[in-house]
Write a protein that binds this ligand. Structure first.
Ligand code: 13P
Length: 341
């Protein structure tokens, strides 16, 4: 495959394909495994992820790339092959989460700033050597009546842009992820509030990207959808789709090849329905696809339950959801398709 950033970015958002976010930190994957009564060990984390990456049909047809946590990038499957080799053998691209987490921001109670810039150039060289061709950095923006502050948006946008510039210099496509939280506290904000905050966040993010001379053709944006808070959910699928698209049109230059949404706490089916509705609204200047974590994995995780006998069932669940998301990325998903399966 070509190693130009533009070509890697285009492959990440190829028609009908999207990204599998499997980059849960050790603390986050432990919560997911706790939920199904499985102890989180290096081996159980490996087994779970190996199950997903070996679901050939999903990986070959619907998944363009996988965002990995550092442990997984260097991990071997039970047969000794590197997990990255399994991903590549299916025609998908390995990627890596490189931020070191969102930490409380000094002087800004309730807000966070993402860390991980120190030494990042050296780490990126090591990750590229290990096969990663794209990276991810997530900034989180809390929403309440009074938050976010301008300073928190600005600081997170600046860090995202410094990260993106370093990635491009290292021959790695940056996924720029400014997440406006739907499931933070208090979580009762309206969709109008989400629209305002998302618009301001994206506007400032692209200003900072320009300041850092980031090449828009060689990056992917990973935004949250415009959606009301988790404790207020009530906006229709159409309203989420229309407001999301309106904000993107106002803020995202058309030089950006693709936008891959996070699911952010939406249910599996909501995330699928929203993506399909957005794509059904017409021809858009960028590809609009998925980069889901929870919404792609929840059913597979439950079907697997940590039991070797259930690997095939877990893979079936993953293939189904990946197929539904692929249809959504083309605006072709219908609710009946869920029950038909
Ligand atoms: P969710 O789709 O579960 O929000 O995860 C995507 C992701 O990569 C968050 O950083």
């Amino acid at each position: 495959m070509s190693e130009r950033l533009e070509d890697i970015a285009a492959a990440m958002v190829a028609t009908g394909k999207g990204l599998l976010a499997a980059d849960e930190s050790t603390a986050t994957i432990k919560k997911r495994l706790d939920n199904i009564g499985v102890e989180s060990t290096e081996t159980s984390r490996r087994d779970y992820r190996q199950m997903l990456f070996s679901a050939e049909e999903a990986m070959r047809s619907f998944i363009s790339g996988v965002i990995l946590y550092e442990e997984t990038l260097f991990q071997k499957a039970s047969d000794g092959r590197p997990l990255t080799e399994i991903i590549r053998a299916a025609g998908a691209i390995p990627g890596i989460k490189v931020d070191t987490g969102a930490k409380p921001m000094a002087n800004f109670p309730g807000e966070k700033i993402t860390e991980g810039l120190d030494g990042l150039a050296d780490r990126l060289a090591k990750y590229r050597e290990a096969g990663a061709r794209f990276a991810k950095w997530r900034g989180v923006i809390a929403v309440s009546d009074t938050l976010p502050s301008y300073s928190a948006i600005k600081a997170n946008a600046h860090a995202l842009s410094r990260y993106a510039a370093l990635c491009q210099e290292a021959g790695i496509v940056p996924i720029v992820e400014p997440e406006v939280l739907m499931d933070g506290e208090p979580g009762d904000h309206s969709i109008l509030r989400s629209q305002d905050v998302t618009e301001e966040t994206l506007r400032i993010t692209f200003e900072e990207l320009a300041d850092q001379r980031v090449r828009l053709e060689g990056m992917i944006l990973k935004p949250s959808m415009v959606i009301d808070g988790k404790k207020a959910r009530g906006a229709s699928i159409e309203e989420v789709a229309e407001r999301t698209l309106r904000v993107l049109k106002r803020t995202v230059p058309t030089a950006v090849p693709g936008i891959a949404f996070l699911s952010g706490g939406q249910s599996t089916e909501e995330a699928t329905a929203h993506l399909s509705a957005i794509n059904a609204l017409g021809h858009h200047p960028w590809k609009l696809t998925f980069s889901y974590g929870r919404a792609l994995q929840a059913e597979a995780l439950a079907a697997w339950g940590g039991k070797p006998d259930n690997v095939a069932a877990g893979q079936r669940a993953f293939v189904h959801r990946a197929r539904m998301c692929s249809l959504a990325a083309k605006g072709e998903w219908k609710k009946e398709m869920e029950s038909a399966a």
